[in-house]
Structure formats: structure tokens, C-alpha cells
Design a protein around this ligand. Structure first.
Ligand code: LUZ
Ligand code: MOS
Length: 670
């Protein structure tokens, strides 16, 4: 701790630390050999997998690996601590989970929660990398502040951040799948080995979400899913957009590709054939309603002209020797709710001022995803005013308490509902005052129930001549001593899951969609581009269509990055070599598909989130996997689609060339 970075660096240079180097466990393979588990194996099953496999017409067995991913939020891990009166401390933390920072800092410092205030205005991106992983840096900052009794700021450089913080959990998946010759899946037995890193962080919850997404959109009567969280000596791997679901879905989608290839079936047709239907039950016993799996696959195929597209790609490949095109299809079903049921609660504090403007504090954290825009829209609608009359305040543990992390795509659902409930309380208190006031102004006699808040004014009927402004009403209500502040709370109803039985309803609802992507691969250099992408995604009654479009496009490209570009490379001692943006490639503006269509499906849904909308943060990440399968399909055209390419994720040019070479090695006629 020093007054300047330069002094701190000088001081550090004088330190001598003696280390004893112990052998490190750096991969899942090494962890397995050492028996280094973070927690016991767990999972769930339904039906009789062994029997179904034995009776299946065709059985395939194999393994699939998915890789790590670095968050690359714009703003690196950061915190500032300021001492207050007595034992009080103020913490400004770049965290998705202010209450976790508050509780943990209090524990570290031997204080009470009441002594620690955490304030979060907004984050420069997070993507899960600050769901739990920000707590450490906030606590270190608080600790230094506590000792020197002066304001302290800690800010990691990009190299420190990428070198020291955890990534997406890499997975290795072993599977056996039993199918009929027509491609109907009878049984799926899969084991996920996840690299949790040096401590558990959110590893268990992430592997649980992987287990709960292992079947993606497919009805499979006999299933066994096993998860093993391994402990290695890399920085603790952590939450990353999708939170295990992308890993689980990548496994089954790889299996679908394999089935399609081996049984010579169309990959989209095969997927539709196996898709969940209305009132089907998941392997964990949740009954599915308003199932949109096959319909959105069909919609996407129609929108992308799948039939013509396929012919065009075949024709292109006939005409080109060294440049090949391929198609990838990935349907999505993503469960919305924290799988840890008690986290599904939100809160908010709303003040109406006497000039008719509104202050909203809610339990979410703005990190660029637009939760503030959505909450403002929701509250504005309750008061019938425009969003510029609303101020969304920082997240502050003095104004909202015991909040859940802003995660699991639930930010707008739980906090938007809480803010709506708070606003409703105030509106309900205002209505009788309004009825009285309007009548005094010569309006019709009316009851409180007839009062309408709309277009910045309050009236008894939508087009009544007599109306007052919200400011007038607030002023009058204040003078009548009506409380213009309210706390709102929301807990998602009907959730419950028991890992002992592997049964329950962990999700409030599901988000469905489908992505189709065409990739063009130069088989001499391994370079690829995405020529086309068509994403059909269910938003239901979107609260903010522009925010949702941004989330869908951004998530897709982040998924593309994970599958095709972003390569976390470590040296023999576990140090991150790909620590800067010069050595770790993320998608840039030039990497977006040349032709790109996003269709947001606006159907009204009974099972949905706040105001009939559907959560949007994580689900579209999974469409990125379609880019990987498109590249793979392009490579397989070299073998006339008669053999599978051994393409490893991420599909970097090196990986693509390796796959091209091994495919050639397999067939001497190439
Ligand atoms: N965090 C968490 C999450 O604690 N539980 C979840 O189920 C989850 N899902 C997605 C992202 N973060
Ligand atoms: Mo997250 S992976 O912070 O929802």
C-alpha cells in the first residue's frame, strides 16, 4: 500500500519471498490422476440407461472437450475503500454481488454488515467474471483501508487481471448415446469433468446448470448425467455467461452432429425429430409447457431458406477446391432462475418526489446489459410518465439489502418486478387522493379504482377532459401526509429442486430459439469467415427491444469467440501466456457475419418473466456454437461428409488445419 504506484513498485522490489515449488496440477487429466476433487461426484438419472443402450439399434461412444474463456470486461477488477466514522467503511466495488462483498468484507475485517456500505454505480462489463470473483479484490482493498485508515484504491492491470483471475470452466465430456436408425435418441449417458481451478467459487452451481442443460431441447427417455468438479492449481474458474449450460449443450450438440453424420441424416431434421413437445418432462421431472423448440427451428429454417442454403453450399463446395463452406445449426432451451432457489428474490426502494419525478434503487447491478433501462421503463409505465422523469440510483447496500448477485439472466425479472411492486404501492396510495382532487376540479365522481396514470397525467378515464399532472398529485398527497416512498419485494414463485433425488422444478420458465450459421473456411490457411447467420430468438413481450437486440447480438458473438478464437494458453507452470489482447483474440467488429438476421419472437407467453418478457442475457450465447459446427461441416465436405473431422474447440486456424490434416490422413483418396 503506497501513495503512488511507483512507490509501491519500489517497495515491492525490496521484498524477498522464499517459495518452495510444489508440483502443480494444471489439467483435468492431472487432477484425475491425483484424485483431486473439489467435491464428490453428483448427477441425476431417469429411465434405464444401460438397458436402453443395450437395446438401441446404434450406439456411439466418444468424448468432447470445451475450452476456457477469458471474460475481457472493459473495466478490470477494481475497488475503492474509504474509512467512515468510527468503524464504518465505504466500499465502491466493481461487483455483480454487492451484498456478498458487504458480508465478506465485514467478516474479513471483524465488523458487522451494518458497518460496511457497498456502493456500485455501474460496471464496465462483467459477464460473470464479477459475480463472485470481485469479492476478493474488494476485501483486499477494504483490509488495506482498515489498516492505513485512508482511502485506498486497487485496480488490476489487464495483464494482472487475465493472469490472476479465473475463466470459464473447461469441460471434458464422455458420452454414450443410443439411437434408432431413424435417429431417434433412446439413451444418453454423459459424464462432465469440469476444471474448477484452485477453489470452488461457483463451480458446484455451474456444474449443476450443466447437468440441468445436458439434454438441451431433446426428449430422451433414458438419461444419466454425472458431474465431477476437479480441483487444479489454475486461478479459480468462475461464472461466465451461460454458467455451465454452454458446456453441457456443446456436448449434446456435438453428439447430434455425430449422429447426423454417421446415419447420413440432415442435422436440422434430426434435431426437429428429437425435439421436446408440449407437456414432455425433463430428466429432472420438470414438465414443459409452451414448448417452442421445433417451431423456432422451423421458423429459423424458413427465415434462412435452409433448403436453398444447403444446395448453395454444396454447389459452392463443388466449385471451390481450397475454400469450403459449411452450415451449423444449434437450437436452444435455456432455463431461467438461479438453480439455488433462494437466490431468486429481488428488492427495490422507490421515492416519488413532490415535483413528480422518481428515484429508484433496485437490487440489480448495471453492467452494460441494460437492467437500468428496463427497470426505468417498468417504473415509468406504473406512474404513466416518461423514463426521463426517473432516476435509477447506484446499487447501495443501505438502500437495498441482502440482494442476490445480478446473474443468471434474472436481473430485470426479479428487480424489475420488485420495483414494479414498490411503484404499485405508491400508485395505490395516490389513487384515492386523485379521485377526490379530480372531482373537486369538476371531473366526474369516481372511485380510486377508476383513476388512470397515463402520458404524464392522472385522470379518471383515458380521454377525460379533467386531468392533473403527477407533480400536482404528488404535492397534494404530500400535504395530506400520504407516504410517497415504498419498498418492493419479489420472490419467483414455485421453484424447488432436490439434488438428493435429482427431481424438481428449478426453472420459472425456459427461453427457446435457434441459430443457423454459414462459415467459409480456407483449408490451406485455416482462416474462416462467417458469411451468414440467422438467429430466431424468443423475447416474448420485450420490455426494451433495442436492449434485447444488443444482448442477442453481443451474446452470439461472445459465443462465437469462445468456440472459434479465444484460446487460453498456459505454460508448464500454469502461468497464462495469452494474457493480453495481442495474444488472446476476441471477436472484433470485422468478425461479425457478413449477412446477419436476428428475429425476436414477440409471442405473448403465460410462463415468462417481468411484464410477459423473457430473460435475454445468457441464452443467445449458445447460438455461437453453430459457428463451430459450421466450420466443422465445411471441413467435412473435404471427405464428402463421409467422415467426422477431429476439430477441437476453439476452432482457431491451427485447430482447423490440424482437423483438415487428420481428415486427409484418414482417407488416402483426398
Ligand atoms: N449464478 C448462480 C448463476 O449462483 N446460480 C445460477 O444458477 C446461475 N446461473 C447463471 C449465471 N449465474
Ligand atoms: Mo452470470 S454467468 O454472472 O449470470
Amino acid at each position: 500500500v503506497a501513495e503512488t504506484r511507483a512507490i509501491a513498485a519500489q517497495a515491492r522490489a525490496t521484498l524477498r519471498i522464499e517459495y518452495e515449488e510444489l508440483p502443480g496440477i494444471l489439467t483435468i487429466e492431472e487432477a484425475k490422476q491425483a484424485g483431486s476433487l473439489l467435491a464428490p461426484e453428483f448427477g441425476l438419472a431417469s429411465g434405464d440407461v444401460e438397458r436402453a443402450l443395450a437395446e438401441s439399434e446404434v450406439v456411439f461412444e466418444g468424448s468432447v472437450a470445451s475450452s476456457a474463456q477469458e471474460h475481457i470486461y472493459f473495466e478490470t477488477q477494481r475497488a475503492r475503500a474509504i474509512p467512515g466514522e468510527g468503524r464504518e467503511i465505504f466500499l465502491f466495488s466493481g461487483t455483480q454481488s454487492p451484498s456478498e462483498v458487504q458480508q465478506t468484507a465485514a467478516r474479513v475485517l471483524g465488523l458487522d454488515s451494518k458497518d460496511v456500505t457497498v456502493d456500485v454505480k455501474r460496471l464496465g462489463g462483467a459477464f460473470g467474471g464479477k459475480e463472485s470473483a470481485a469479492t476478493l479484490w474488494a476485501c483486499l482493498t477494504a483490509l488495506a483501508c482498515y489498516h492505513v485508515k485512508r482511502p485506498v484504491e486497487l485496480r488490476l492491470s489487464r495483464l494482472q487481471d487475465t493472469g490472476w483471475t479465473g475463466k470459464r470452466h473447461p469441460f471434458e465430456c464422455r458420452y454414450r448415446v443410443g439411437v434408432t436408425r431413424a435417429g431417434v435418441i433412446q439413451a444418453y449417458d454423459v459424464a462432465f469433468d469440469g476444471d474448477g481451478g484452485a477453489f470452488a467459487d461457483l463451480t458446484m452451481a455451474i456444474m449443476q446448470r450443466a447437468v440441468l442443460h445436458a439434454e438441451n431441447v431433446y426428449r430422451i427417455p433414458n438419461v444419466r448425467i454425472t458431474a465431477r468438479p476437479w480441483k487444479t492449481h489454475v486461478p479459480p474458474n468462475t461464472a461466465f455467461r451461460g454458467f455451465g449450460a454452454p458446456q453441457g449443450v456443446f456436448a449434446i450438440e456435438s453428439v447430434m452432429q455425430r449422429i447426423a453424420r454417421e446415419l447420413n441424416l440432415d442435422p436440422l431434421e434430426l434435431r426437429k425429430r428429437n425435439a421436446y413437445r408440449e407437456n414432455d418432462t425433463t430428466p429432472y421431472g420438470q414438465t414443459l409447457v409452451e414448448v417452442n423448440a421445433a417451431p423456432l427451428m422451423e421458423r429459423c429454417a424458413e427465415r434462412a431458406n435452409y433448403g436453398d442454403m444447403k444446395n448453395a453450399v454444396r454447389a459452392f463446395n463443388q466449385a471451390h477446391r481450397f475454400v469450403k463452406r459449411g452450415i451449423g445449426v444449434v437450437p436452444v432451451k435455456f432455463g431461467i432462475s438461479f438453480t439455488t432457489a433462494f437466490l431468486n428474490q429481488g428488492s427495490a426502494l422507490v421515492h416519488l418526489y413532490t415535483d413528480g419525478t422518481v428515484s429508484v434503487s433496485h437490487g440489480g447491478v448495471e453492467m452494460g446489459q441494460g437492467v437500468n433501462a428496463k427497470v426505468a421503463r417498468i417504473v415509468a409505465d406504473e406512474f404513466g410518465i416518461s423514463v426521463n422523469r426517473i432516476r435509477i440510483e447506484s446499487h447501495n447496500t443501505k438502500r437495498t439489502a441482502n440482494t442476490s448477485p445480478t446473474a443468471a439472466s434474472t436481473g430485470a425479472d426479479i428487480n424489475g418486478n420488485a420495483a414494479r411492486n414498490a411503484a404499485k404501492k405508491i400508485v395505490d396510495r395516490l389513487k384515492p387522493v386523485a379521485a377526490e382532487l379530480l372531482q373537486a376540479r369538476g371531473g366526474q365522481a369516481a372511485t380510486a379504482d377508476d383513476v388512470i396514470f397515463q402520458n404524464g397525467s392522472v385522470s379518471v378515464f383515458a380521454h377525460s377532459e379533467t386531468h392533473i399532472s403527477l407533480a400536482e398529485l404528488a404535492q397534494a398527497a404530500w400535504q395530506k401526509r400520504v407516504d410517497l416512498s415504498a419498498h418492493g419485494y419479489y420472490a419467483t414463485p414455485g421453484l424447488g429442486f432436490d439434488w438428493n433425488t435429482g427431481r424438481g422444478s428449478p426453472f420459472a420458465y425456459y427461453v427457446y430459439g435457434c441459430g443457423i450459421v454459414i462459415a467459409e473456411v480456407d483449408v490451406l490457411t485455416g482462416y474462416f469467415t462467417l458469411t451468414d447467420a440467422c438467429l430466431v430468438h424468443e423475447t416474448a413481450e420485450s420490455v426494451d427491444a433495442e436492449v434485447d437486440r444488443g444482448q442477442i447480438e453481443g451474446a452470439f458473438m461472445q459465443g462465437v469467440g469462445w468456440c472459434t478464437m479465444e484460446d487460453v494458453v498456459r505454460d508448464g507452470k500454469g502461468r497464462t501466456l495469452s494474457a493480453s489482447l495481442a495474444t488472446y483474440k476476441i471477436p472484433a467488429a470485422g468478425d461479425v457475419p457478413q449477412r446477419w438476421e436476428v428475429e425476436m419472437i414477440q409471442t405473448e407467453r403465460r410462463s415468462a418473466g417481468v411484464k410477459g418478457s423473457k430473460a435475454v442475457g445468457e441464452p443467445p450465447f449458445l447460438y455461437g456454437e453453430a459457428a463451430f459446427f459450421a466450420i466443422k461441416d465445411a471441413i467435412e465436405s473435404l471427405a464428402d461428409y463421409r467422415a467426422e473431422a477431429e476439430l477441437r474447440m476453439p476452432a482457431t486456424p491451427e485447430a482447423i488445419l490440424r482437423a483438415v490434416k487428420t481428415l486427409r490422413g484418414k482417407r488416402d483418396d483426398l
